[in-house]
Design a protein around this ligand. Structure first.
Ligand code: SAJ
Length: 431
């Protein structure tokens, strides 16, 4: 592979993963072209700016664009390495849609040449990288494609899942270990050379299929464990027990580490990826499917609990704290907080005020509901009921004396000093 500043890399998809990845590679001195289908994304990046919020990304992008190491384009260009970082959504029936990956591979086929490396980073169902190889083979019969030829192939094709946590993307892109799965062992070794340019963590090689399943297993593991915490929270609520105290105490056991309950699980990864495993083996995934159902069910449980609380206090003004899918970010994708707040807004109209410091205006989902967007201080003055949906630092730091007189439903456990507002359900004694 070409070294130093001569290496040319094409990153397809300039989203939450593609743009930081492109910028980090550009910082190594490589010539990087970021390809995106949205003109405004291309224009924003070319002006040295960013269209997504991520710590330190703006400074990095403006630096590498100014130095001429990163530019964006609507069109694919020849390069030595192609990194695919496009979305892989799921359809209404929970089956994965790899259409954007196949579209990216089709574009790559138009410029692919001997010696090139193609790496898929998008979270994908097991077997997708092999499908990419098969497609490239069909579109480029003049090239020897790995897995589809005898002897050494002309190009290398591999899967290397991103594993970064929003809010820590630039740190984790470099420090996290990477799993690099080749369509053949030689493909994995070629891709490894590329990742070693910018990854400080260990890079471990394996097959493409094992790497694909590893990624899905990581997110399904987290979903299952959060589901356990969410189930505990609903049991504890029924019993009138403080679930946060129970978890704190249980976690004193040396081999117990229970995660945190919340209003459900959101984001574009953990709420989505487990379905890729379920749809691949529906009859063998009762646990993973149930975890998804428990976490989605928690959203409905929070809507019902909050609705009963609001209905029991006619005329009370309600503040819903947070819309983001998790703390301190501006990402509302698949957000349980947004789903709860939207439902309450449509049920209770102008009694509902939304507090979200990361939103400039209420999302379209609230149109016609009568709910309004207000700041934290106005909510503390105007609201009688507070429903904590996101653990943003700005909410966490509100002292007890500013909220002691409120009725609180704290789905994130950020105010454990709050006097209890939810009544325990009456225990029914059996027998
Ligand atoms: N959540 C809880 N309780 C917890 C932890 C999280 O309710 O104890 C909720 C969050 O509030 C949020 C959701 O889960 O709604 C997901 O948040 P997260 O912080 O667990 O994960 P993501 O979606 O931001 O990023 C995950 C990460 N995967 C794992 O931790 C296994 C990240 O490393 C992946 O790169 C990312 O998915 C991805 O892109 O796949």
């Amino acid at each position: 592979m070409v070294s130093g500043s001569e290496l040319k890399v094409c990153v397809l998809g300039l989203g939450y993963i593609g743009l930081p990845t492109a910028a980090v590679i550009a910082r190594t001195g490589a010539q990087v072209v970021g390809v995106d289908v949205h003109q405004h994304v291309v224009d924003t990046v070319n002006s040295g700016k960013v269209h997504i919020e991520e710590i330190d990304l703006d400074g990095l992008v403006s630096g590498v664009v100014a130095r001429g190491n990163l530019r964006a384009s609507l069109d694919i260009e020849p390069a030595e390495v192609f990194v695919i970082a496009v979305p892989t959504p799921f359809r209404d029936d929970h089956t994965p849609d790899i259409g954007y990956v196949l579209k990216a591979a089709t574009a790559i086929a138009t410029v692919l040449k001997t010696g090139d490396v193609v790496v898929l980073e998008s979270t994908s169902p097991v077997g997708t990288t092999e499908q990419v190889a098969a497609l490239l083979g069909q579109l480029r019969p003049d090239l020897k494609i790995p897995g589809h030829c005898a002897g050494s192939a002309d190009v290398a094709i591999a899967y290397c899942p991103e594993r970064v946590l929003p809010g820590r993307i630039l740190v984790e892109l470099i420090d996290n270990d990477r799993v690099i799965g080749g369509v053949t062992p030689r493909c994995a070794r070629k891709a490894l050379q590329f990742y070693r340019r910018f990854v400080r963590g260990a890079c471990v090689t394996t097959s493409a299929k094992a790497a694909e399943m590893t990624k899905l297993s990581e997110n399904a593991f987290r979903d299952v464990n959060i589901a356990f915490a969410n189930e505990l929270s609903m049991i504890a609520e029924k019993m009138g027990v403080d679930v946060w105290e129970v978890i704190r105490l249980a976690n004193r056991h040396p081999r117990v580490n229970i995660l945190s309950p919340g209003p459900g699980v959101g984001g574009h990864c953990i709420a989505v990826d487990p379905w890729f495993l379920v749809s691949a083996a529906p009859e063998r995934t009762p646990l993973i499917r149930t975890a998804r159902e428990v976490n989605d069910g928690k959203i409905l449980h929070v809507v019902d609990t909050a609705s009963s609380m609001i209905a029991a206090h006619p005329g009370a003004k309600v503040g819903c704290l947070g819309l983001a899918f998790k703390a301190n970010i501006d990402d509302f994708r698949e957000s349980p907080a947004l789903k709860v707040a939207r439902e309450l807004a449509h049920r209770f109209g102008d009694r509902i005020a939304i507090v979200e410091p990361y939103a400039a205006a209420l999302p379209d989902a609230f149109a016609g509901s009568g709910a309004c967007l207000i700041d934290v201080d106005s909510a503390l003055e105007a609201c009688d009921i507070l429903i904590v949906l996101v653990d943003h630092d700005v909410f966490r730091s509100i002292p007890l004396d500013e909220r002691a007189d409120k009725l609180v439903y704290d789905t994130r456990g950020i105010w454990q000093d709050q006097p209890r507002s939810l009544p325990a359900e009456p225990l029914r004694l059996v027998g």
